[in-house]
Design a binder for this molecule. Structure first.
Ligand SMILES: Cc1cc2nc3c(=O)[nH]c(=O)nc-3n(C[C@H](O)[C@H](O)[C@H](O)COP(=O)(O)O)c2cc1C
Ligand SMILES: Nc1ncnc2c1ncn2[C@@H]1O[C@H](COP(=O)(O)OP(=O)(O)OP(=O)(O)O)[C@@H](O)[C@H]1O
Length: 260
């Protein structure tokens, strides 16, 4: 999979550079079950029409740029993990759009012209709550109209759990409440973070609320269950001593024992 970094300033050089593609579009933080259904639909359409598959994502998160509160934003995964997961899903290209005030100011029509038609998107896939363009004023109806004659829009039905939409926001809220059991339902697997034995939590991951949890530590080919005590948003202690481990550890959060 190739990653192409795009900005509103450098976009001109990429116009008409790409072969036809099916593009899944959105931020996709945490890659939950709803996100996967959007991305898999783009992949399926690419196969059906014999075209390339792509995901278009943004960085940093629009909320951090528009609210100016970049330091406190709780990301669920860093770019490298998103890239690895998309690669595994067989996506050909990740378009990573730099989200800044210039990009936020683009009208829906300009965004569609430069970033979708200009990249030769012929199939665009999103959930039916997707918004884009200045003040988030572009919606599915606009996208369909603006793509007319260039691309077809496939809208994936919003996936729900317990009668509520699965979303990255809901995952962040569940983490803040230490509600580990629901995460597996939203993600389709255990919530995980990467941890450096010497420096602790890697950037762009979020810990659950302070409390005690059963976790699974995965290091190279070894897996060990132990208890984690989360102290704050950066610090945790583990009942297994992994000082001699050299590589980063994937920590899967299995269940909550008690929250403080
Ligand atoms: C060109 C462009 C401009 C945007 N401008 C705004 C904005 O002014 N205000 C806002 O809240 N969101 C804005 N957004 C963010 C979108 O509403 C949305 O969060 C983003 O496209 C990611 O989609 P998703 O949240 O459905 O994944 C903009 C997005 C794009 C692509
Ligand atoms: N539950 C869902 N089912 C199907 N598609 C979804 C679901 N949630 C989001 N999508 C779609 O996936 C893409 C990425 O969405 P986005 O990153 O905004 O996800 P989100 O989980 O709603 O995030 P947030 O909670 O931060 O708004 C968009 O096209 C969006 O419409």
């Amino acid at each position: 999979m190739q990653t192409i970094h795009l900005t509103s300033q450098t976009m001109a050089q990429w116009q008409n550079h790409f072969q036809q593609q099916a593009v899944a579009i959105g931020f996709f933080d945490g890659l939950h079950k709803g996100h996967l259904s959007v991305i898999q639909e783009a992949k399926r359409l690419a196969g059906e029409y014999g075209i390339a598959s792509a995901v278009m994502s943004f960085f940093p998160h629009p909320k951090t740029v528009l609210s100016g509160q970049s330091a406190s934003f709780q990301y669920l995964m860093p770019l490298e993990e998103k890239q690895a997961a998309l690669e595994e899903l067989g996506i050909d290209t990740l378009f990573l759009v730099h989200f800044d005030r210039n990009l936020a100011g683009l009208s829906p029509a300009d965004f569609v012209q430069q970033f979708l038609i200009g990249l030769n998107a012929v199939q665009v896939v999103c959930g039916n709550d997707f918004h884009y363009g200045s003040r988030g004023s572009g919606n599915i109806q606009k996208l369909t109209e603006q793509g007319h004659g260039h691309f077809h829009v496939s809208v994936v039905e919003l996936m729900e759990y317990a009668g509520e939409k699965i979303s990255s926001t809901r995952i962040r809220q569940a983490l803040a409440q230490g509600n580990i059991s629901i995460l597996r339902k939203l993600l389709g697997k255990f919530y995980s973070v990467n941890w450096c034995p010497h420096n602790g939590l890697l950037p762009f991951y979020s810990l659950p609320a302070p409390g005690k949890y059963e976790v699974k530590l995965n290091h190279e080919n070894e897996s060990i269950f132990c208890t984690a005590q989360v102290l704050n948003d950066k610090e945790a202690h583990f009942t297994h001593d992994f000082d001699q481990w050299s590589h980063s550890i994937k920590i899967e959060w299995i269940r909550s024992i008690e929250t403080f």
